[in-house]
Each structure stands twice: as C-alpha cells, then as structure tokens.
Design a protein around this ligand. Structure first.
Ligand code: GRF
Length: 188
C-alpha cells in the first residue's frame, strides 16, 4: 500500500479555506487534486496559482449521482488519495465515495453543529438571535452536516454584527483551525 498521504480537496466556490491549506508547506506537498463541481468557480484559479491539478466535473453531465461519483473515484484511485477534505463543496456525498473513504472524508461548517446545519449557517445564527456561533470540523456521513464532530471553536456574535462581519470573523478562525486539524488527522 502507498505509504504517502495524498489529499484531495472538494470545493464549489471561493476556495479561501483551500488556499489556507495550500499556504501550509506540509499540506501543499500532499494536496494532489482539487475536485470542483462548478465551471468558473474562483477556487479553480487558486489551484492553478499553486499548480494543483484540477478536475472540474458538472454533475448534470452524468446520468446520476452514482455515475458522477464513480468517475471521481476512478481519478482519486489514480492519485492514490487517502483523505478527502471538503472546503465549501455544496453537495451531499453519496454512497459511492462514503463507502470507499469511510472516516476519511472531513468537512468544515460555519456553526456549532448541530445548530444551524445546511445553507446560510451565518444568516441562520443571526436570525435566531444567538450570542455565540462558531466553526465545526466533522467527519462526513450521509446526512447534511450530521457526521461525528472532530473539533469546534466558539465565535461570539457581537452587537451590530452583519452577515459580512460575522462571516469574516468565522473565516479567520476557519483558516487557522482547518489546516491545523488536517495536519493532525493525516498523522493517524
Ligand atoms: C466556509 O465557510 C465553510 O465553512 C463552508 O463553506 C465556506 C467555504 O468558503 N463549508 P471558502 O470557499 O473556503 O472561502
């Protein structure tokens, strides 16, 4: 078996968390491929800047989710990928990838799960009038942000916070804790 740790990152959008990983030399060394499901997503340009191979696949080009994931799985095997880290990947992972990467798929979410899962976690927290929110890093299962929690960090919601100001503070935390947690996980 391949002894090296080879990482795939899945992302759909901006990719600021992806770039935070790439800024860590020890991770840059191990990130073999970016999987992106959105043509033209800004994360693609970040990958190119760091010379990380990119696979852009539109799920609508495949007959169903299993076929889409099977195609991804074939590429992951070529790269001998051992860990998948989701960084703003806006899709549920299906059985094809979950079975092949049991406890090897990890996500980051901008709330203290189980509070505020799914879309617009920051807006949900503000809407609820919460005084605290935070960031959760968790294993991925077949639910929406429901997998076992690896770590969480609290972030206070301040009077006058808007979606933008709170998102900025949450992302500062994400960019610190995701690379650090990944470094710890891949030592296992
Ligand atoms: C992050 O807030 C992450 O927690 C969530 O999606 C967002 C991705 O942001 N899963 P970016 O694309 O890394 O900037």
């Amino acid at each position: 078996m391949n002894q090296q740790t080879n990482i795939a990152v899945f992302a759909s959008g901006s990719g600021s968390n992806f770039e935070a990983m790439l800024r860590e030399e020890t991770l840059l060394d191990k990130i073999r491929i970016l999987i992106c499901d959105k043509l033209g997503a800004p994360v693609i340009e970040r990958a190119e800047r760091y010379r990380v191979p990119v696979l852009v696949l539109q799920p609508s080009d495949f007959k169903d989710k299993a076929t889409y994931e099977q195609h991804i799985l074939t590429r992951l095997k070529e790269y001998e990928i051992s860990w998948i880290f989701l960084a703003g990947y806006m899709r549920l992972i299906g059985p094809v990838l979950l079975q092949s990467f049991a406890k090897r798929i990890v996500n980051i979410h901008p709330s203290l799960l189980p509070a505020f899962p799914g879309l617009d976690a920051v807006g949900q927290a503000l809407e609820a009038g919460a005084e605290q929110t935070g960031v959760t890093i968790h294993y991925v299962d077949d639910g929406m942000d429901t997998g076992p929690i690896i770590m969480q960090q609290h972030v206070s919601i301040l009077p006058g916070d808007t979606k933008e100001t709170l998102t900025t503070r949450l992302q500062e935390v994400e960019h610190l804790i995701y690379p650090e947690t990944i470094k710890t996980l891949i030592k296992q």
